[in-house]
Design a protein around this ligand. Structure first.
Ligand SMILES: Nc1ncnc2c1ncn2[C@@H]1O[C@H](COP(=O)(O)OP(=O)(O)O)[C@@H](O)[C@H]1O
Ligand SMILES: [Mg+2]
Length: 212
């Protein structure tokens, strides 16, 4: 049994007067993938933001193992599109640290992922000029290039064709095999099948988290 890197204990969340999540419990070990399923509006994106630490829960607690690096691929990316970034810059951001320039190794990792996600030829194009699927691949590359211990991915392949989706699934399988913990919200059964466990949010208000 691998040690947990991410846990949610009795987590609840409310937006103003609407309680979206109630008593969600979740443990994710290194090398383990958990799928998060549920109809639109059941609170998947909200829960992922709590797990990633973007928003604190209104009840309970989220604990990430100290020292772990976490990468988040959000569902809503309109803020990112508003920036005048090229695809190459978007992916490089995943390797930025405040203290040093990108190393040769960083650049190699960026190039490798862009190749694998078939966006190398788009390196100089601006994000906002891309198709939905191209943009999504750039954002997946930005998340995966971080070499994180925990990946939180919100419907990562929803805009992708079958071929691209398979490439992403291969990359995710490799990361899990290398010890990464993942939580992936998805409506795609093939994507949920990458996971050892599925947490399903039932469409009640607040949502009930059921492990399947
Ligand atoms: N910023 C917000 N303010 C108020 N309500 C919100 C906000 N974001 C989401 N909600 C509501 O919370 C519920 C869960 O949303 P969300 O987490 O995006 O669900 P999912 O990702 O499963 O589709 C929905 O009813 C949605 O309308
Ligand atoms: Mg969502």
């Amino acid at each position: 049994m691998s040690a947990d890197v991410l846990t949610a204990e009795q987590v609840g969340f409310r937006y103003a007067d609407v309680t979206v999540l109630h008593d969600v419990n979740l443990r994710v070990g290194s090398g383990t993938t958990v799928a998060l399923t549920g109809a639109n509006g059941t609170g998947k994106s909200t829960l992922l933001h709590l797990l990633a630490g973007v928003t604190p829960p209104t009840r309970g607690r989220v604990v990430r193992r100290p020292g772990t690096r976490l990468a988040l691929l959000p569902q809503r990316t309109s803020d990112i599109d508003a920036l005048p970034l090229t695809v190459g810059e978007c992916v490089q951001i995943g390797r930025f640290t405040p203290r040093r320039r990108l190393s040769r190794d960083d650049r190699a990792r960026v190039a490798e992922l862009m190749q694998r996600l078939d966006i190398a030829h788009l390196a100089r194009r601006r994000l906002r000029e891309l198709s939905g699927g191209q943009r999504q691949r750039a954002l997946i590359a930005q998340a995966l290039v971080q070499d994180a211990d925990i990946y939180i991915l919100d419907e990562p392949t929803v805009a992708l064709d079958t071929h691209s989706r398979q490439h992403v699934h291969d990359l995710l399988t490799e990361r899990a095999a290398a010890g990464a913990a993942m939580v992936i919200a998805s409506h795609d059964p093939a994507e949920a099948a990458l996971a050892e466990r599925t947490i399903h949010l039932e469409g009640t208000t607040p949502s009930l988290a059921v492990e399947k």
